[in-house]
Write a protein that binds this ligand. Sequence first.
Ligand SMILES: C[S@@+](CC[C@H](N)C(=O)[O-])C[C@H]1O[C@@H](n2cnc3c(N)ncnc32)[C@H](O)[C@@H]1O
Length: 264
Amino acid sequence: MPPCWTTPEGDALGEAPVLLACADWLDAAATLAPASIDLLYADPPFNTGGAREGRSGRFDDSWPTVGGWVGWLEDRLAATLPALKPTSCVLLHVDWRTSHHARLLLDRLLGVDRFVNHLVWAYGLGGSSPRRFARKHDDILFYAVDPERYWFDPPLVPATSRRLRGRTKKATDVLLIPSINNMAVERTGYPTQKPLALLDVLVRACCPPGGVVLDPCCGSGTTPVAAAASGRRAFACDPNPDAIRIARDRLRSVAAARPDPFLP
Ligand SMILES: C[S@@+](CC[C@H](N)C(=O)[O-])C[C@H]1O[C@@H](n2cnc3c(N)ncnc32)[C@H](O)[C@@H]1O
């Protein structure tokens, strides 16, 4: 049966700004209209070799081989490409385990000349190691469908130099945003939940106001929440019912917090 897109309130497909589906990315991709998506942000399982567990959910994160993970991702990315506009951006969120494979995959699927940035999300928190530099960043590979036409609004961050003190400057490809701490209000208990501040920066930078974001591995729904709160629309899916339940609850809270959450 094809996946069913519903609003956060559980209504059937309509013109709602955010639509959710409890579905595999591959099946969801087949239902998307051609050239309808402005930003594809995908934060797939990282192939850590085990299950990812949290207070409110769990998902399997293990493939027999790295090649198996690449093949899984390739099938889904390839199925999604027809849904992207010529002005679309693609952000693929991975880590040290697979970023080199993922970059070659995107070069192959989109073209080497479509590469825009290798973003580093430096998150800080966590332990250290006596045997190596502590691993404190994820990799977000930024590609454009058409390098001449993609939409981009550079984020501004506080300037640090003495000359520009108190002013802002355009962000670099290193995003210094803390991961979610144990006491954070936004923490849902879903494993590998990304901070809203990170998705807010990415969505505003790479999707025009009123545009459509697709998050095909949405987990706790951070991306559709960031999209809704910044006046973008979103399609978000995940095969894990826990993820979709949490995403629905978060999106209902966004709607309750503002009379019209979908206006910028
Ligand atoms: C790294 S987590 C995403 C976390 C999310 N960005 C957040 O902020 O909560 C990866 C997600 O991919 C989902 N996933 C696993 N297999 C999938 C598939 N075939 N299609 C779509 N999503 C899948 C998992 O259930 C998990 O929720």
